[in-house]
Design a protein around this ligand. Structure first.
Ligand SMILES: *Cc1c(COP(=O)(O)O)cnc(C)c1O
Length: 388
């Protein structure tokens, strides 16, 4: 049986996969089972930040593989402690909880917010406002946090305690805050799955003020926007935001599963022994790899990301077949004249991997994609989106 046939027979049908079997990657290039080469403008959904098989990342992971692969959180491990230190130094956050995925990172933020509010404002204060069109994960609670009806439909009843407000509508947010007891507000700086839609500066400023005035925690979901993707280390750093809880996953692991929740001053001591945990969380191999990734996302690196972003936006904006370009950094959404799926298929046929976000073409290349490859990818995307 081919891989496609085995997949069809034995793997749960939860994915609409592209008809490509990836066998190998190097930097921003990928090869399929037939030897066809692709420029990777998807990075495994914003995961392979430094491309495939980055040598320094491999060395860091390999070194740890030969030390010990896992210990559980009943013991101390050096990579976990060093990664937490690095994260706190780079963000000003105070503590880190380690998990294995974006959804789990968000579960931690939600639990922390609920406990903070219950302790401080009483058991009736538990509502969390999220944004319409948001995406926060696939567990029953993070589905509830996800402000998209389509994701909720088949899985009722979801975890209660979530309210939804339209993005960039401060008045609607203020109204919810006035009418309910709110523990936290949870946002993505750029809505990823929702269509690559950035928040506005004005909305963020108002949100921060509201949170400060009402002692409402601000949770920023940086699972996709984090780790340099938007041209800043974390997406919220593009705005005037001082979050209490920041979650991330995807890119920080460089390809290995890791998720984490950073806690600011107000909530750093909310979680106490026994309240939360994870068997694999902060696994030493994933943590060693993450240190290698994070320590290289420095200011000069981020300046390069912004330069590449400006180049790509410049090439695509206003081009034939492209109605609009949204997003920040190397997280861009294209509204195209042809259906997005068709543009993505045409890109793939011509050797560029891209993915969808709602009805847009989403581009998430490795942050270190060489300029020559980015140029070549832009040429192909323009051809795919344009007339025949
Ligand atoms: C991908 C994503 C998640 C879920 O992450 P998983 O690792 O798939 O659980 C949560 N929030 C955002 C913003 C995401 O993009």
């Amino acid at each position: 049986m081919t891989t496609f046939e085995k997949d069809a027979q034995y793997i749960a049908h939860t994915y609409a996969r592209f008809p490509v079997e990836i066998v190998r990657g190097e930097g921003s290039l990928m090869w399929d089972a037939e030897g066809k080469e692709y420029i990777d403008c998807a990075s495994g959904i914003a995961v392979n930040i430094l491309g495939a098989c980055d040598p320094a990342w491999i060395a860091a992971v390999e070194r740890q593989l030969h030390m010990v692969q896992h210990t559980s959180n009943l013991f101390y491990t050096r990579p976990q402690a060093e990664l937490a230190e690095l994260l706190c130094q780079r963000t000003g956050m105070k503590k880190v909880f380690f998990a294995n995925s974006g959804a789990e990172a968000n579960e931690c933020a939600i639990k922390t917010a609920r406990k903070y509010a219950a302790d401080k404002k009483g058991a009736d204060c538990y509502q969390i406002i999220t944004l319409i069109n948001s995406f926060h994960g696939r567990t029953i609670t993070t589905l509830a946090a996800t402000g998209q009806e389509g994701f909720h439909r088949d899985f009722q009843p979801l975890t209660g305690g979530f309210l939804y407000a339209p993005a960039n509508d401060l008045e609607a947010m203020e109204k919810l805050v006035a009418e309910h007891q709110i523990a936290a507000i949870m946002i993505e700086p750029v809505q990823g799955e929702g269509g690559v839609l950035p928040l506005t500066e004005e909305f963020c400023r108002g949100l921060q003020k509201l949170a400060d005035q009402q002692d409402i925690l601000l949770i920023v979901d940086e699972v996709q926007t984090g780790n340099g993707r938007t041209g800043k280390l974390y997406g919220y750093m593009n705005f005037d935001l001082h979050p209490d809880l920041v979650t991330t996953a995807k890119g920080i692991g460089g390809g290995l599963p890791i998720g984490l929740c950073m806690m600011g001053e107000r909530v750093e001591n909310v979680m106490t022994p026994g309240l939360h945990g994870s068997t694999f969380g902060g696994n030493p191999i994933a943590a060693a790899g993450a240190i290698s990734i994070l320590s290289r996302i420095d200011e000069p690196f981020l300046a390069e990301v912004r330069k590449k972003s400006a180049y790509l936006k410049g090439r695509l904006t206003g081009a034939p077949g492209i109605r609009s370009v949204s997003g920040m950094g190397l997280m861009l959404g294209l509204e195209t004249v042809r259906p997005a799926g068709e543009v993505i298929d045409r890109c793939r046929e011509m050797g560029v991997l891209a993915i969808k976000a709602k009805d847009k073409v989403r581009l998430l290349p490795p942050l270190n994609i060489p300029d020559a490859l980015l140029q070549k990818a832009a040429d192909i995307i323009l051809k795919a989106a344009g007339e025949d």
